[in-house]
Design a protein around this ligand. Sequence first.
Ligand SMILES: [Zn+2]
Length: 92
Amino acid sequence: MIPGILKLFHEHLALGIHTIFEWTLWKVRKFSIFENMASTVKEFVNNCDLCNRANMRKIIPPLRKNTVPEMPFLVKALDGAGPFPVTSSGNH
Ligand SMILES: [Zn+2]
């Protein structure tokens, strides 16, 4: 039962991602309680096959120097993400 709970809270269904240990533990603590919770959650997250294959913990975005624009709205930015998996309905 516990691995099922951990899998449920480790996999963020809405975003389609796996959450880090701290976030997973926070969610598990909100909805359940069991012995050795922190160490059990940590072991589960550390042994997650998908996370280990993706090597999520080693992906660190590079630091860059920020510049201050001379006036408001002089600089615009847009965040991008993807590619995302195709849903069962065929949506991209
Ligand atoms: Zn994972």
